[in-house]
Each structure stands twice: as structure tokens, then as C-alpha cells.
Write a protein that binds this ligand. Structure first.
Ligand SMILES: Cc1cc2nc3c(=O)[nH]c(=O)nc-3n(C[C@H](O)[C@H](O)[C@H](O)COP(=O)(O)OP(=O)(O)OC[C@H]3O[C@@H](n4cnc5c(N)ncnc54)[C@H](O)[C@@H]3O)c2cc1C
Length: 354
């Protein structure tokens, strides 16, 4: 294939596309990145002597190209296994994750109700919408105390307007998405992956340039864009992340049902002190002053999302734009770093095989 490929965004998806183009010997591409650093949502910041990520990020390695890229860039001891210890803080109890497997650890005042619910759960939860699914899957007591408040905060829309087709591997089960090893760079935060990868495309990344995929499509052979799809009915949530030090126990994540905040420990798991807190709404006076905000943080899987996205993707492809990544396909369920990287790789493969 001859022709210049324009890539919008130097996050995992855009860099995945560039990695594959370069791997196949196609050096004729440019990456446009509106910020001054690579990595997008998965970039890290060095503040007050610590590397901080935008919320808790670990590497799930579930596809071969992602594995191959990491092996090229990191020696074995430069990626360390990250522990998978998560707890849920409820009023009056700390319950191991996932809550539905730890009913015995619930507060005594409502544990009997939750236990009784488990006897009544239908064999197969209905999937009319997310709210109905949660009730059938976990029962009304766990929903009232955890699943409803947590998910309302996280998604910012009524749960009955969300589909549940996206859940797939995201409900914890043996052999599911979260049973794979979780890796983390020994130094440099999660952004170290993307900084190292971006360095292999020296001179091909134009930083500080906000690009328009539609304009680029007029003057390039093809465009691979990880910019958010522009379709107003699509819902998303924004996120504030604050940076802290003083993480004082072995848990990796603490989730709260109430209070709009999830804490995650960061940094080298062997010597960890730094942590971040995610806030859906940043309250004045909330600690501390070091703070990063992302407008596009979580793409929300609403009931009408798939139809809207399919329509948008047909339109972009008709104009030789391959829309990829977390907000380029609006699929939270395919929105982890390895999955977005793979989408970029696959777009490059399609273009090269034309
Ligand atoms: C709180 C939180 C926790 C997460 N935890 C994990 C985790 O543990 N593990 C995991 O695998 N994933 C995790 N993720 C998801 C991970 O951050 C994403 O998978 C990944 O960053 C998405 O990559 P992307 O390239 O699709 O998009 P982005 O990371 O959003 O990158 C897109 C890039 O494109 C640039 N851009 C956008 N529009 C333009 C334009 N018009 N012109 C030029 N540049 C543009 C942006 O500046 C950005 O750099 C988490 C996400 C969040 C928000």
C-alpha cells in the first residue's frame, strides 16, 4: 500500500496503529496529538516526587500484539505484577471484592436480608436494562446498599437507560477479564509504556496539534482517529482525579458505595505510597490541591448507543476514517489499554491489506 496515513491521538489506540504500520514497514504516517505528551488517559504525571496516573491503571495483557509490544519495550524485571486486592468500604464494614462472593463480611444489620435475597435470585437474570439486570443478578439488598449508589455515581445516568449487553466479562467470574495477570511498570507510572512506545516514532508525532479527522481525510490516503465520536446523544462522564501520598495498607483499590469517590494505590507495588482518588464531582475543599480533570473519561453504554455508534462508524468509514479506541468506538467494554491498542493495530492492518 502506498499513501500517507494520518493518526489522530497518541493514546494507546493511536500508538497501536503506528506500531503496526511501522512493524509492517510502512513508515509513511504522522501522529497528531493535541497535548504535549503521549498516553492519553493512560499518561502519568510527575508531581511532588511521585509518578501519578489518571486513576488506578494496571496492564491487562490479553492479546498478542499488546504482549509483543510490551516485550519489545520492557525487560522482564521492568514490569512487575500488581496485586489484585480490592475492598469495598460500606458504612460499618470493609468487604472484599467482589461483594456478592463475600456476603458473610457484610454489616450485621443487613446481612440476613442479603442472604435471604440470594435464595430468591432467578437462575438467569433478565437483561431488559442495567437496573433490572442488577436486581436479578444480586438482589434488592445488595443493590440498595452498593450496586445502585455506586453505579449511579459512576455512570451519571438513570440505570434503566443503560443497556447490559456490554457487561460480558466485566462481571467478575473465574477465567474472566480480571483473572489475567495485572502488570505495572517498575518505574515511571503507567505512562511509561506510552512514553517508551512514542519514542520509537521520533519525528512522526506532532504534539500540540488539535487535528480534525474529516479535514485530514481530504488530503491523506487514510485516517485512523482515536478522537471522541461527535454524536450529541452519546453519553459520557467526566472525572476529577486528586493525588495523595500515605497509602497505608496492602489493598490496591478501595471502592465506596456513597460519596462519589474511589481510591487506588499507584506506583511500584513493592514500595508504594502514592495513590489517587477519583471524584465524579470535585467538591470545593476536597483534598488536596494536586488535581487532573478529563472531560471524556467513561463512555456510557446507554440503550441507544450501539445503533448510534454503528451509524457513526459507517459514516466515518465511508470517508476513509477508521475510528478506534475508548471514545472512537464508545465501547467501555472494549476500552482498556490492551483493547484500544488492538483496535489501532487492526485498523492499520485493514488499511495495509487493501
Ligand atoms: C479512571 C480510569 C481508570 C482506568 N483504568 C484502566 C486499567 O486499569 N487498565 C486498562 O487497561 N485501562 C484502564 N483505563 C482505560 C485506559 O485509560 C484507556 O484504555 C486508554 O487510555 C484509551 O486509549 P485511547 O487511545 O482509545 O484514548 P485516550 O487515552 O483518550 O487517547 C486519545 C488521545 O487522542 C488525543 N486527541 C483526542 N482528540 C484529538 C484531536 N482532535 N487532535 C489531536 N489529538 C487528539 C487525546 O489528547 C489523547 O491523547 C482506565 C481509564 C480511566 C478513565
Amino acid at each position: 500500500m502506498n499513501g500517507h496515513v494520518a493518526i489522530v491521538g497518541a493514546g494507546p489506540a493511536g500508538l497501536g496503529a503506528a506500531w503496526e504500520l511501522q512493524r509492517q514497514g510502512h513508515d509513511d504516517f504522522t501522529i497528531y496529538e493535541q497535548r504535549g505528551v503521549p498516553g492519553g488517559l493512560a499518561s502519568s504525571e510527575y508531581r511532588a516526587g511521585q509518578w501519578y496516573d489518571f486513576g488506578g491503571h494496571v496492564l491487562y495483557v490479553r492479546n498478542e500484539p499488546f504482549k509483543a509490544m510490551l516485550a519489545e519495550l520492557f525487560a522482564d524485571d521492568e514490569l512487575v505484577e500488581h496485586p489484585q486486592r480490592r475492598v469495598i468500604e460500606l458504612s460499618g464494614a470493609t468487604v472484599p471484592y467482589p461483594i456478592q462472593r463475600h456476603i458473610d463480611a457484610l454489616p450485621e444489620s443487613w446481612r440476613p436480608l442479603a442472604e435471604a435475597d440470594q435464595e430468591q435470585l432467578p437462575a438467569v437474570p433478565r437483561r431488559n436494562n442495567f437496573l433490572v439486570y442488577l436486581l436479578d443478578a444480586f438482589g434488592p439488598t445488595l443493590c440498595e446498599h452498593f450496586f445502585f449508589p455506586y453505579n449511579r455515581d459512576l455512570w451519571g445516568v438513570p440505570l434503566e437507560t443503560m443497556s447490559c449487553d456490554w457487561l460480558g466479562d466485566l462481571v467478575p467470574k473465574k477465567g474472566g477479564a480480571f483473572d489475567c495477570p495485572r502488570l505495572y511498570p517498575a518505574m515511571g507510572g503507567i505512562g511509561e509504556v506510552w512514553t517508551r512506545l512514542a519514542a520509537t516514532f521520533a519525528g512522526k508525532i506532532k504534539y500540540g496539534v488539535k487535528a480534525d479527522a474529516w479535514e485530514l481525510a481530504d488530503r491523506n490516503h487514510a485516517v485512523i482517529s482515536s478522537a471522541p465520536l461527535k454524536a450529541p446523544p452519546l453519553k459520557y462522564t467526566s472525572l476529577h482525579v486528586t493525588y495523595h501520598t500515605g497509602w497505608d495498607d496492602d489493598d490496591h483499590e478501595r471502592w465506596y458505595a456513597l460519596g462519589n469517590v474511589r481510591y487506588a494505590a499507584m506506583g511500584d507495588p513493592r514500595d508504594r505510597d502514592a495513590y489517587t482518588a477519583e471524584w465524579n464531582e470535585y467538591q470545593e475543599g476536597a483534598p488536596p490541591d494536586i488535581h487532573r480533570y478529563e472531560h471524556y473519561a467513561y463512555p456510557v453504554p446507554t440503550l441507544d448507543r450501539d445503533e448510534l455508534v454503528a451509524w457513526m462508524l459507517r459514516r466515518t468509514r465511508n470517508n476513509r476514517i477508521w475510528s478506534v479506541g475508548r471514545f472512537g468506538t464508545w465501547r467501555y467494554e472494549q476500552g482498556h489499554m490492551d483493547q484500544c491498542f488492538l483496535q489501532g493495530v487492526q485498523a492499520a492492518q485493514e488499511i495495509l491489506s487493501e
